[in-house]
Design a protein around this ligand. Structure first.
Ligand code: SDX
Length: 392
């Protein structure tokens, strides 16, 4: 039922909905965005084109794509007042904590100009979110390293603009390497949308009450931060670095199999994929290519590949159908580009904003949609009478 939330005790998910945006076949390892396979989009498209596709349902022609990119570019600057929000954070605040707070604060700047029942205003809010996320993400990074904020420019691509805002300093311009820009753009494409994952469901649930989209996206960012979800890319690289050399892999495999040990192999397993995550396949290939083109040799990549090989031969992982997911290799590339691990989930949120706003638009545009109300299976005490404290 469109927009309806049903509870199936046999299944831990508490919501279901209809959508035309993304299709996943977890057993076959298939991921389609508006019918287009993710590996084709990752290899042949651009993040701005995929953003348009997710939002509008069709690939744009050349003129439409240029108009869309210009519209997004013209929304990349944030209100100067927003910069003061950063001053309240400690310099060592996690960038995801900053992103949660600052994106939520956007609602204070647009709440009275976003009639979500007006399709045009909905699309403007969506464009604002897609456009401002890179600026805010770069500001979060700059604040964490004590460097001045860098303003966006209108003569750069979406991804080049983000890289420059992140890594340029007044004393030295950051020259965007085409290899880095292409790798970043591909990572954004691979993280753009993924059906009804936890953070997208959070955005939908928040949006179903009529809350403004900026607050809904802030809720999605909060959910994505968890290590079981988007926070896994940061945790996966930290785990690979902690493992260090391949000879220590068996120790971690044993821990992952030990039911009494809460440790899980970060970047492995998935609620839906019981086959290879197609995004992980693209990222595994891209990791080797990017490091080679950049002339980097990160031993972590060898450890990742050896961990994947050993795990995929282990009966425990085979039996539970645990494969590398999108978060297993992405950190190797992001680290090679120069991002600290604390920025990895921020980059995931930046990319996923396109999917979140597309899914939010789809839900709000549905005249049948109602407020979400996941049901529950009550397992508490049966009715009983109150007893005064003196007699307890
Ligand atoms: C993302 O939903 C999405 O689409 C999310 C996402 C997106 O694009 O939005 O794809 C992005 O969040 C990817 C997942 C990133 N998280 C991680 O890499 C963290 C490590 N992975 C696990 O925490 C886990 O695999 C989850 C949280 C992703 C899924 O956990 P589930 O729902 O428990 O998985 P499951 O039911 O399929 O697990 C089957 C079994 C369980 O054991 P039993 O209860 O059957 O005894 O496998 C075990 C799990 O305990 N298991 C693992 C494991 N993942 C699952 N054991 C060891 N290591 C792991 N990584």
């Amino acid at each position: 039922q469109t927009g309806a939330f049903t509870y199936d005790p046999g299944f831990t998910s508490t919501a279901s909905c209809e959508s035309k945006i993304t299709y996943i076949d977890g057993d076959a390892g298939i991921l389609l965005h508006r019918g287009y396979p993710i590996d084709q989009l990752a290899e042949q498209s651009t993040f701005m084109e995929v953003a348009y596709l997710l939002l509008n349902g069709e690939l744009p022609d050349g003129t439409t794509l240029e108009e869309f990119k210009t519209t997004i570019t013209r929304h990349t600057m944030v209100n100067e007042q927003l910069a003061t929000f950063f001053r309240g954070f400690r310099r060592d605040a996690h960038p995801m904590a900053i992103l949660c707070g600052v994106v939520g604060a956007l609602s204070a700047f647009y709440h009275d100009s976003t009639d979500i029942m007006d399709p045009q205003q909905r699309m403007i809010a969506s464009h604002r979110l897609i456009a401002k996320m890179p600026t805010i993400a770069a500001m979060a990074y700059k604040y964490s390293v004590g460097q001045p904020f860098v303003y966006p420019r209108n003569d750069l691509s979406y991804t080049a603009n983000f890289l420059r805002m992140t890594f340029s300093v007044p004393a030295e311009e950051y020259e965007v390497d085409p290899v880095v820009e292409a790798a970043m753009d591909k990572i954004f494409i691979l993280h753009a949308d993924h059906e009804q994952n936890a953070s997208t469901s959070t955005v939908r649930l928040a949006g179903s009450s009529g809350a403004n989209p900026f607050a809904c996206i802030a809720a999605g960012i909060a959910c994505l931060w968890g290590p079981a979800h988007g926070g896994a890319n940061e945790a996966a690289l930290n785990m690979l670095r902690e493992i260090g050399t391949p000879d220590r892999i068996p120790e971690y495999i044993a821990r992952a199999k030990n039911k009494d040990d809460p440790f899980r192999l970060m970047g492995f397993g998935h609620r839906v994929y019981k086959n290879f995550d197609p995004r992980a396949k693209v990222l595994s290939k891209a990791a080797g290519e990017v490091l080679e083109k950049l002339g980097r040799n990160d031993p972590v990549l060898d450890t990742a590949r050896e961990l994947e090989r050993i795990a995929l031969e282990d009966p425990y992982f085979i039996d539970k159908k645990l494969y590398p997911n999108v978060d297993f290799y992405s950190g190797v590339i992001l680290s090679a580009i120069g991002f600290p691990t604390t920025m990895f989930t921020v980059l995931f949120a930046l990319a996923r904003t396109t999917g979140w706003v597309a899914q939010w638009n789809e839900m709000i545009a549905d005249p049948e949609q109602k407020i979400g109300r996941p049901r529950q299976l009550y397992t508490g005490a049966t009715q009983r009478d109150y007893t005064p404290v003196a007699s307890r």
